[in-house]
Design a protein around this ligand. Structure first.
Ligand code: NAP
Ligand code: F7E
Length: 344
């Protein structure tokens, strides 16, 4: 039996790590693009490490960057993947207001560089684009595949560009290229400056006496938060269909940031109102107020349905934060300082 080869951009990110686990379980040979950093950036996939001297190895990593088209071409020539999951992006919405040009270059142009590399090499592969509910922005909920886009950030604008590039390559060149329009999905592997992980971490640290409060911005924003480990299954399903198409992936429910904080703090027996403070630095120049996805097409066509909803997600994220803290034998470990610029 021939083993399928997948190439994942963004393999070191939240979704990349869950997708790698899924594809390895499905017996794929998985190749991931890692960008060079001065510190190790592979923590989310280190548990999947395989000895490169082992003949049975199924996971390979390669240096590369979305800004480097020649490298994308050489990698495609080398790997010859059957499926490409394009997950790499500057994915932080608030940061995209600070770095709009960089965000456009990676999150927007990065997609067309990769599509063009596929065309240049002449690969008959299937392509998944990590599109986002941020493209809907100000469009009223519930949002579905035919809802007009109204992005509210440089990130959202860049994702709209990448969405249309993907559709254009499908229409112009007959490529099997799909957009998965995923609503927010979270997990214990979520980046620490996204609001769910920030709140879950704070609730656990406050409960164990390591800090007293957490500073947040807009508590009224509403999101449709699902569990990342379940969403990567939908990505895979989209590339197994006879015809390429675009799908919304969501839970169909929405909660405010305040609700999420309430669930996290209540789970450890605390009242969020005693610990959440306001800091205007976390506000955005323009906000996405309310996202609720209608994923009925994915239910119908892919047979995909979420099972973890926001309250349970909040609890599992807090539990994951508490675990190492409760194991720690050094009480009162000081909060780690970071020189990273304020991000969210
Ligand atoms: P994430 O955790 O921020 O991961 C982003 C990945 O992209 C990381 O592996 C990162 O590498 C890599 N990357 C960033 N810039 C790059 C560059 N110039 N060249 C090569 N790699 C680069 O994001 P995620 O939550 O897993 O999301 C995956 C994708 O889905 C992203 O495109 C995101 O925009 C999109 N999306 C996410 C959500 C969500 O709720 N999570 C919803 C809809 C769409 P480092 O590890 O080195 O930083
Ligand atoms: O913000 C509010 C903030 O940064 C959620 C990305 O994965 O999902 C993500 O984008 C909400 C916003 O995620 C803080 O204003 C309040 O309304 O966790 P977030 P996001 O902007 O929804 C989409 C689908 C993607 O595609 C993106 O890649 O929470 N909020 N106070 C805060 N947000 C942050 N980060 N920090 C705060 O202190």
């Amino acid at each position: 039996m021939t083993v399928k080869k997948a190439l994942i951009t963004g393999i070191t990110g939240q979704d990349g790590s869950y997708l790698t686990e899924l594809l390895l379980q499905k017996n794929y040979q998985v190749h991931g693009i890692v960008r060079r950093a001065s510190t190790f950036n592979t923590q989310r996939i280190d548990h999947l490490y395989q000895d490169p001297h082992d003949k049975e190895i199924q996971l390979f990593t390669h240096y590369g960057d979305l800004s480097d088209s020649t490298r994308l071409v050489s990698l495609l020539e080398q790997v010859q993947p059957d499926e490409i999951y394009h997950l790499a992006a500057q994915s932080h919405v608030r940061v995209s207001f600070d770095e709009p040009e960089f965000t456009g270059n990676t999150t927007g142009l990065g997609t067309i560089r990769l599509l063009e590399a596929i065309r240049t090499v002449g690969l008959p592969c299937r392509f998944y684009q990590a599109s986002s509910s941020e493209m809907f922005g100000a469009a009223p909920p519930p949002q579905h595949e035919d809802t007009p886009f109204h992005p509210r950030s440089p990130y959202g604008v860049a994702k709209v560009y990448a969405y249309w590039a993907t559709r254009n390559y499908r229409e112009a060149y007959g490529m099997y290229a799909v957009n998965g329009i995923l609503f927010n999905h979270e997990s214990p592997r979520r980046g620490p400056t996204f609001v769910t992980r920030k709140i879950a971490t704070a609730a656990a640290r406050i409960k164990t006496g390591l800090q007293d409060s957490v500073y947040l911005g807009n508590l009224d924003a509403r999101r449709d938060w699902g569990y990342a480990a379940e969403y990567v299954e939908a990505m895979w399903l989209m590339l197994q269909q006879e015809q390429p198409d675009d799908y919304v992936i969501a839970t169909g429910t929405s909660y405010s940031v305040r609700d999420f904080a309430e669930h996290c703090f209540a789970h450890v027996g605390l009242d969020w109102r005693d610990h959440v403070r306001f800091d205007e630095r976390y506000l955005r120049p323009s906000e996405v107020e309310d996202l609720v996805g209608d994923a009925s097409k994915a239910h119908r066509m892919l047979g995909w349905k979420p099972t973890t909803h926001t309250p349970e997600l909040a609890r599992l994220m807090v539990d994951a934060e508490l675990k190492p803290l409760l194991r720690s034998s050094i009480p009162g470990t000081p909060q780690r300082a970071s020189l990273a610029p304020t991000a969210g």
